[in-house]
Design a protein around this ligand. Sequence first.
Ligand SMILES: NC(=O)c1ccc[n+]([C@@H]2O[C@H](COP(=O)([O-])OP(=O)(O)OC[C@H]3O[C@@H](n4cnc5c(N)ncnc54)[C@H](OP(=O)(O)O)[C@@H]3O)[C@@H](O)[C@H]2O)c1
Length: 230
Amino acid sequence: MVQHRPHTTVVLAMSADGKIADVKRSPARFGSKTDKVHLQEQIALADAVLFGASTLRAYGTTLTVSHPQLLLQRTQAGKPPQPVHIVITHSANLNPEIRFFQQPVKRWLFTTTAGALFWKERVEFEQILTFETPTTKFDIQAALQHLTTLGIKRLTVLGGGELVASMLELDLIDEFWLTICPLIIGGSTAPTPVEGSGFSFELAPHLQLIKVQTVEQEVFLHYRLQRPTD
Ligand SMILES: NC(=O)c1ccc[n+]([C@@H]2O[C@H](COP(=O)([O-])OP(=O)(O)OC[C@H]3O[C@@H](n4cnc5c(N)ncnc54)[C@H](OP(=O)(O)O)[C@@H]3O)[C@@H](O)[C@H]2O)c1
């Protein structure tokens, strides 16, 4: 089947009890060095990375490719050193003082017409892409389709759970990389890889396990989404 959107891969680290952050939604820095390299590898494979506004608010920065081998691979493939970094937000309520806006990456904004108002006369975002559903919510499906016309074939989705839920609901995810880290976070309001309103068992997306790798205390799980045609 021809896909009129980029190939999408979600990459997340979670605790053994399935949390991607603590109840304060602090930055998730519990992955090992190996997990950080793995994350960088997934970023290096992408033409663009996408993350939710709350993830950016939590970290204040984005992860760039810094490993010399990965930078070389990108150059040899004719790609720029860094993928485009895309923030998705209805409100576009972001602090222009955060370090993200000084990082040496191309920044694009996915937002609504209202969200674009503050940013459109400013220099922080190279592109502001506004797509709206009839109810003036951000139309992520249309936005992803548009990305293919801008040369974005592979998109790495860096979280968080709300963004992943909104994409899964529209069948916009192709692969998951989940790293299980050896800690328990707990807390009924601590975020998980997929937030939103959830799926009934009948409608739950099913996964096919592609690979499992254990490195020291962490387990790296690679899944692809199973589709009715599989
Ligand atoms: N462990 C990990 O690997 C990992 C990775 C990433 C993040 N995290 C953690 O996850 C937490 C953040 O996750 P989260 O689930 O709370 O939030 P999130 O998905 O990062 O961001 C949610 C916000 O993003 C915007 N958004 C998401 N989907 C959208 C859509 N389809 N259309 C338009 N806007 C959309 C909205 O922004 P507006 O409200 O501005 O409209 C929404 O409130 C943080 O604590 C972070 O530390 C962990």
